[in-house]
Write a protein that binds this ligand. Structure first.
Ligand code: 8YV
Length: 323
């Protein structure tokens, strides 16, 4: 009906989420692809929505925020990360911003473990071999991977996802360490050992896994110097953000053998990662799918709707993003 609030969706959500949105809101036609920033701004001007449901990979910088119509009360991103949004600019316009923490923690942690196993056990190379026609038994010392159990894992960033990775890694009998701005209470450490500086932790890590947001402070933090402090032959995992990494340095470390392997779900240039990654057989690559399960994507969409409904009904958003 005409009284239902208008919500602009920048891409389709899962069927249960779409059903709930269509029951409660008026929506503009949703494109098959994820809208570009230009498309979002044009659609917002034409449709005059009270709420925008968006996600990563669709930047809204200060100049873009200035072009949003005054009717917009809430921008709900269907993601935990908010690096695509200019939060201060949105807040300055009186727009409430919400994200979807917690509901994707387990799936993102699973993804980091998947990448770890795949990189260490050469899953990508084995799959390629099978598709090309296996044809003969492998020799006892041919195409060998690296054992995971008993190895030392360093977690960079011990928030919700880092803690979930630590709990999983303990199940693989790994020795777990973490670096974080502050030490966590013992109950949240999941048996991991705290390092107050990343540089002190690196020499002890057989595997390094990133679990930090991309911010001006963390941008490019994994550089040649830090990669050089890992033991030779370490494994590098990133299911967080490509912007954390100097990709030239990562590629150089993979080529030189300083890193034995990497498992990557995120890249600087998504959805077109540096083609040099594709030439490296020791890199296991996935297309930013850490949260991509039917359950989690539905939970994320539902939480975004709850945030939109709360704000439009004058209640506090369940998961607001603070400045
Ligand atoms: C994306 C993510 O939201 O939550 C995040 O921060 O990066 C992902 O879960 C998802 O890929 C949809 O863009």
């Amino acid at each position: 009906s005409a009284t239902r609030p208008r919500v602009l969706l920048t891409q389709r959500q899962t069927d249960p989420v779409m059903q709930r949105i269509e029951q409660n809101f008026t929506i503009a036609p949703v494109p098959d692809h994820r809208m570009t920033t230009r498309e979002l701004l044009d659609a917002a001007r034409a449709f005059q929505p009270q709420a925008i449901m968006t996600s990563t990979g669709l930047p809204l910088r200060g100049d873009d925020v200035a072009q949003l119509p005054d009717c917009v009360k809430v921008v709900a991103t269907v993601s935990v990360g908010t690096d695509h949004l200019d939060i201060p600019a949105l807040h300055a316009r009186g727009i409430i911003v919400t994200n979807t923490p917690d509901v994707l923690t387990d799936c993102n942690a699973d993804m980091a473990i998947l990448l770890m196993l795949a990189a260490a056990r050469r899953a990508g190379e084995y799959t390629t071999l099978m598709r090309e026609g296996w044809g003969r038994p492998l020799a006892m010392d041919e195409m060998l991977g690296t054992r995971i159990s008993g190895k030392r894992l360093g977690i960079v960033g011990m928030g919700r996802i880092g803690q979930a990775v630590a709990r999983r890694a303990r199940g693989f009998d790994m020795t777990v360490m973490y670096s974080n701005r502050r030490r966590l209470p013992a109950a949240q450490e999941a048996g991991a050992t705290y390092f107050s500086t990343l540089t002190d932790m690196l020499p002890h890590c057989d595997i390094l896994s990133l679990h930090l947001p991309a911010t001006p402070e963390t941008e490019g933090m994994i550089d040649a110097d830090l990669l050089g402090r890992l033991p030779r032959g370490a494994i590098f995992i990133n299911a967080a953000r490509g912007a954390l990494v100097d990709e030239d340095a990562l590629i150089a470390a993979l080529r030189s053998g300083q890193l034995a392997a990497a498992g990557l779900d995120v890249y600087r240039n998504e959805p077109n990662p540096d083609p040099r990654f594709l030439e490296l057989p020791n890199v296991f690559l996935t297309p930013h799918v850490g949260s991509a399960t039917i359950e989690t994507r539905t939970d994320m969409g539902m939480l975004a709707i709850e945030n939109v409904e709360a704000v439009l009904n004058g209640r506090a958003a369940p998961t607001p993003v603070h400045a």
